[in-house]
Design a protein around this ligand. Structure first.
Ligand SMILES: [Zn+2]
Length: 375
C-alpha cells in the first residue's frame, strides 16, 4: 500500500511523504471542484476563477489532512511511541507507527486526535466564512472557505466511521479493550463491527445505483470495499503480530541443521543428503564456516546428467542479509524479512555460525495451534 511514496518535507521531526496515488487524487479533486462543485454552488464566475478556486481549495484540503495526521503523530510522540513518517494516500493519510499503542488510553487519545483536529478546522473555516461574508469579501474567497469548512466536517465524519483501521475503528477498539481488558478480543469485536459497516456501505451504494444515482453509488461501493479489505488485512496482521510479541527466533527454529560441505558434487549431495533428510534447504560449509545455502530449487535448475560436473559450492546461494537472520531477532522481524524477500526459509546464525533454520511453515503451524487453543 505504501510502496510508491515520495518524500515532501520535514516538519517537527516527522517526514511527510505522499503516495504516488495522490497525484491522481489531487488532479481529480481540482478537476471536480473546478468543473462541478464551485460552478454548481457559485454560478456566474469565470472559468479561470473556478480553476483558481479549485487549486486553492485542493491545497487547503491537503494542508487540512496534514494537520489531521500531525495531531495523531504528536499525541503518539507525547506517549513515547515512535513515528517517523506521515504518508498521504487515497482517502487521507497514515502516520506510520513502529509499534502498537501499549494501552487503551493511549490508543483512544491517539485515534481521536485526528477527527478532533478536523472538527476544529471545520469550525475555524466556518467562522472565517461567516466573517468574510460580514465584511463583504468577494464570492471566490467565501466560496473556498465554505468548501474547506464542509470538507473538514466530512473528513471528521468519515474517519469516525467505526471500521477498523479508521480512527473511529481504533476508538471503538480502545473502548472495548478497556472494557474487556483483552486486546485480541477487542480487535476481533471491532473488526466484526467494521465488516458489518463496510458491507452496509457497499449495500447503500447498490441502492443508490438502483435509484439512478450512479456516480454517488459508485463512490459508496468504492469506499465500502476499501474499508472491507483494510479491516480484514489489519485484523490478520494484528493477530499475527500479537501471537509473536516478544518471541525470538531461537524459540521456533529447527536446531542443529544438517550441513553440506561445499566441495562435494551435486550428485553426491542428492544421494547422501537430499534423499536421506526431509529438508528442502541445507546450509553449506567451507573450512568449517557457513558460506551459503543450497535448496531443491537450485538443484532443479541444473539438468540431472550434469550433476556429476558441478560442486555444491558452485551453485549454492552465498549467505547474505536476505537469506539469513541472527538468532536474537524477533519473529516479527523474521516474518517481515520473509515477506520482503519471498523466501519461506531463513538460515539462523550466531557469531557467524549456522545454528538452525526457521521456516514459514513452522510459524504458521504455531499460529494455527495458538488460535485453536484460544478461540
Ligand atoms: Zn486519522
Amino acid at each position: 500500500m505504501l510502496k510508491n511514496k515520495i518524500s515532501l518535507f520535514k516538519l517537527l521531526g516527522f517526514t511527510v511523504s505522499i503516495d504516488a496515488s495522490w497525484s491522481i487524487i489531487l488532479f481529480l479533486i481540482v478537476w471536480s471542484l473546478a468543473k462541478g462543485f464551485f460552478p454548481g454552488n457559485f454560478p456566474d464566475l469565470s472559468e479561470q476563477t473556478y480553476w483558481l478556486m479549485a487549486i486553492v481549495g485542493a491545497l487547503g484540503l491537503f494542508a487540512s489532512i496534514i494537520i489531521h495526521e500531525f495531531s495523531h503523530a504528536l499525541i503518539a510522540r507525547k506517549y513515547g511511541l515512535k513515528i517517523q513518517n506521515i504518508t498521504l494516500f487515497i482517502f487521507g493519510g497514515v502516520a506510520e507507527m513502529k509499534e502498537e499503542p501499549g494501552s487503551p488510553k493511549i490508543e483512544f487519545f491517539m485515534a481521536i486526535a485526528g477527527p478532533i483536529a478536523s472538527l476544529l478546522l471545520s469550525i475555524l473555516f466556518g467562522t472565517l466564512h461567516r466573517f468574510a461574508i460580514t465584511i463583504g469579501l468577494p464570492v471566490p474567497v467565501t466560496g473556498v472557505l465554505e468548501y474547506l469548512g464542509t470538507i473538514n466536517m466530512l473528513l471528521a465524519a468519515f474517519n469516525m466511521i467505526p471500521a477498523f483501521p479508521t480512527d473511529g475503528g481504533r476508538v471503538l477498539r480502545s473502548i472495548l479493550w478497556w472494557a474487556k481488558n483483552d486486546i485480541r478480543r477487542a480487535t476481533r469485536m471491532a473488526s466484526r463491527v467494521s465488516l458489518i459497516f463496510s458491507v452496509s456501505i457497499i449495500f447503500i451504494g447498490f441502492i443508490n445505483i438502483v435509484a439512478d444515482n450512479f456516480i454517488g453509488g459508485l463512490w459508496w461501493i468504492l469506499i465500502g470495499s476499501f474499508l472491507f479489505s483494510a479491516a480484514n488485512i489489519s485484523y490478520h496482521s494484528l493477530v499475527l503480530k500479537q501471537s509473536f510479541e516478544g518471541k525470538m527466533i531461537h524459540h521456533f527454529m529447527n536446531p542443529a541443521p544438517i550441513t553440506v560441505p561445499s566441495d562435494i558434487t551435486l550428485q553426491e549431495f542428492v544421494d547422501h543428503y537430499l534423499y536421506r533428510y526431509p529438508h528442502k534447504m541445507f546450509p553449506v560449509t567451507k573450512d568449517n564456516k557457513i558460506s551459503g545455502i543450497i535448496t531443491i530449487k537450485d538443484i532443479k535448475a541444473i539438468p540431472s546428467e550434469e550433476w556429476q560436473h558441478f560442486s555444491v559450492g558452485k551453485i549454492m546461494q552465498p549467505k547474505n542479509q536476505d537469506n539469513s537472520i541472527t538468532a536474537n531477532t524477533s519473529i516479527n522481524d523474521a516474518l517481515a524479512k520473509m515477506n520482503k524477500t519471498g523466501l519461506s526459509r531463513l538460515l539462523v546464525t550466531e557469531h557467524g555460525r549456522a545454528i538452525g533454520i526457521i521456516t514459514l511453515k513452522d510459524l504458521l503451524e504455531f499460529i494455527a495451534l495458538k488460535m485453536e487453543l484460544e478461540e
